[in-house]
Design a protein around this ligand. Structure first.
Ligand code: NDP
Ligand code: 2IT
Length: 454
């Protein structure tokens, strides 16, 4: 095919839109990647003729299934479960499981697509996948959650395996849910294998997996600042969410001398101008995870803090921002407010928290902006290390794992610089979105080229 005959960005996106009607999140994620990839592959014939991006943007398979369970009152309940296996060119499918009422095929397809590039960026051999259900864990008893997890795994088990597809946690799925699912997998198959990550330390889990995503997002932020000759000391940080990623990001910010002043949940955000401390963060962890409370209670518990119902924290003046709740929680107007208030760096702990307009605002303002696929890769990276430990049948020490996590986050930052540095000057502007997209794409694409048309 002559170079002039290549499908261009607009035609490609037209096709993506046509083939994926009513899947706005998936189309959005593909567009964000395609915006950079078409530039990169312009003069690279093989990527065009072998239709690499077109193939990555078509999941290997979408598995959808019925999950029946019985609630405490004896009612039969029916939910929809999914596993999306996006691409396994560089390793077994790998990615979390999300339990949230907003889960649908579009959301999980976008997450599995993003995961493919994220996992490639870690440098570890992991393909991309994602799964979940529209099951809402809020207000459910522990027994109800157990029964749901068991029923979910009774179908999922036939699609996964330690060398096939290795799920982990995500929104609404933490150590407890992984335990219920692992127990059911073991019961059905009779095998004790590393089929899930995020396991308990007593049964094959890895140290620092729980902390890894939030910590990694702050290490990435630190690396971006270091590249510009700055550090985190004294920096005011606005953080959204109050789950696993947000609380551990806040914890690492405090440890590195920054001052996180907000957290949020689906009810609104709290602003604590005195700054969060380890003690306050520990209270939030217990309150949100074990008591399943609301973040609004923080303002009743700690003097000086205020709660803002049905609002996001992006109008609070800050130096750095870490969206750590969910997709599309930071819109164009929020991005403009952050930039206008002097925010100079954003590190995405969540997956695709900034919508396309917000990404374009950050890029145009040339602030340091780390997309989720680079900044939040620490979690899946330690999941990859958990898989290695399971294969070796041993557990590494915390100090060893801390060094590995740090090295992996440094490596991702370096890869972003390789493909995203804009002016070739040391300390110059880096387009981290472009750097992450191209570095992640190139690894997967080159593996696919080796395999031929499959
Ligand atoms: P958790 O379930 O621990 O916490 C989720 C947090 O986000 C809660 O505070 C929740 O509030 C809030 N939230 C969820 N959905 C919404 C919504 N629609 N609107 C407003 N707030 C919402 O999840 P995690 O911390 O694990 O995940 C957070 C983000 O990080 C997700 O985007 C996830 O994909 C991403 N991520 C997670 C990784 C991990 O290892 N866990 C790894 C990499 C990325 P509420 O309590 O009110 O529901
Ligand atoms: O979005 C993510 O990277 C995760 N939820 C973690 C996936 C994993 O396999 O650890």
């Amino acid at each position: 095919m002559a170079v002039t005959d290549h499908v261009n960005f607009a035609t490609f996106m037209e096709g993506v839109n046509k083939r994926n009607p009513h899947q706005p999140e998936f189309v959005q994620a593909v567009q964000e990647v395609a915006e950079d990839i078409f530039d990169f592959i312009q003069d690279k014939e093989a990527y065009h003729s072998e239709q690499i991006l077109r193939r990555i943007a078509e999941p290997d398979r979408v598995v959808s299934f019925r999950v029946c369970w019985e609630d405490d009152a004896g009612n039969v309940r029916v939910q929809r479960g999914y596993r999306i296996q996006n691409n396994n060119a560089i390793g077994p499918y790998k990615g979390g499981i999300r339990f949230h009422p907003s889960v649908n095929e579009s959301v999980l397809k976008f997450l599995a697509f993003e995961q493919t590039f994220k996992n490639a960026l870690t440098g570890l051999p992991m393909g991309g996948g994602k799964g979940g259900s529209n099951f809402n864990p809020k207000g459910k008893s522990v027994r109800e959650i157990m029964r749901f997890c068991q029923s979910f795994m009774t179908e999922l088990y036939r699609h996964i395996g330690a060398d096939v597809d290795v799920p982990a946690g995500d929104i609404g799925v933490g150590g407890r849910e992984i335990g219920f699912m692992f127990g059911q997998y073991k019961r059905i198959t009779g095998e004790f294998t590393g089929v899930l990550t995020g396991k308990g330390l007593e049964w094959g889990g890895s140290l620092i997996r729980t902390e890894a995503t939030g910590y990694g997002a702050v290490y990435f932020l630190e690396n971006m600042l270091k590249h510009r000759g700055q550090d985190l000391t004294g920096k005011i940080a606005v953080v959204s969410g109050s789950g696993n990623v947000a609380t551990h990001a806040a914890e690492k910010l405090v440890q590195l001398g920054a001052k996180p002043v907000t957290l949020s949940d689906s009810g609104g955000f709290i602003h604590d101008p005195d700054g969060l401390t380890q003690e306050k963060i520990d209270w939030v962890k217990t309150h949100k995870t074990h008591r399943r409370g609301r973040i609004s209670d923080y303002a009743d518990h700690f003097t000086g803090a205020t709660f803002h119902a049905n609002a996001t924290p992006w109008n609070v003046p800050c130096d750095v921002a870490l969206p750590c709740a969910t997709q599309n929680e930071l819109l164009g107007a929020d991005a403009r407010a952050l930039v206008a208030n002097g925010c100079t760096a954003v590190s995405e702990g969540a997956n695709m928290p900034s919508d396309l307009e917000a990404v374009h605002v950050f890029k145009a303002a040339k602030i340091m902006f780390a997309p989720g696929k680079a900044a939040n890769a620490g979690g899946v990276a330690v999941s990859g290390l958990e898989m290695s430990q399971n294969s070796e049948r041993r557990s590494w020490k915390e100090s060893e794992l801390q060094v590995m996590l740090h090295d992996i986050m440094d490596g991702i930052h370096d890869r972003c610089i390789t493909y995203g540095a804009q002016d070739g000057k040391a300390g110059g502007y880096v387009d981290y979105v472009k750097g992450a997209n191209i570095a992640g794409f190139k690894k997967v694409a080159d593996a696919m080229l080796a395999f031929g048309v499959v």
